[in-house]
Design a protein. Sequence first.
Length: 184
Amino acid sequence: MENSGGIQASLAGRYATALFELARDERQLEAVGASLASLKQALAESPDLRTLTTSPLTSRDEALKAVEAVAGSMKLDAITTKFLGVLAQNRRLAKLSDIVRAFGQLAAAHRGETNAEVISARPLDDDQVAAIRANLKSRLGRDVAVDLSVDPAILGGLVVKVGSQMIDGSIRTKLDTLAQAMKG
């Protein structure tokens, strides 16, 4: 599989590449992808889990025990569980969000899809996500894997990032532009 130098250049990218290659070789891409999606959601929803992964005060052993407990309660697959243990032992849990994002890009490329990051002010429903996918597919000419995130600071609209392109249709940016124009 062809990996872009950008992904492999970062620490998170190297971990994601290693996890991706292991999951691919073991034919567990779907299971690992589902486990990482669950982890991403849990990181977004749980301040305690975010603290666990980012606190420098948590020892390696404490972090290892905690991620084993989290993996067990979330019923994560074996590869992801072992991978979290490696991250805990190497004190790299703070990179977990970046690793999940990079893994998603690698998995999308493996499926022949383009990865798009979509930021909205509020959660999108399934119909809205399908409409965004269809619009991006018609513009790009290939299937698109959409990575959704919510940022209330944009106030409304969407910010879509595909590769090096960014389409910023957020109300925050429009207000900032208007404020700059009014200043002269």
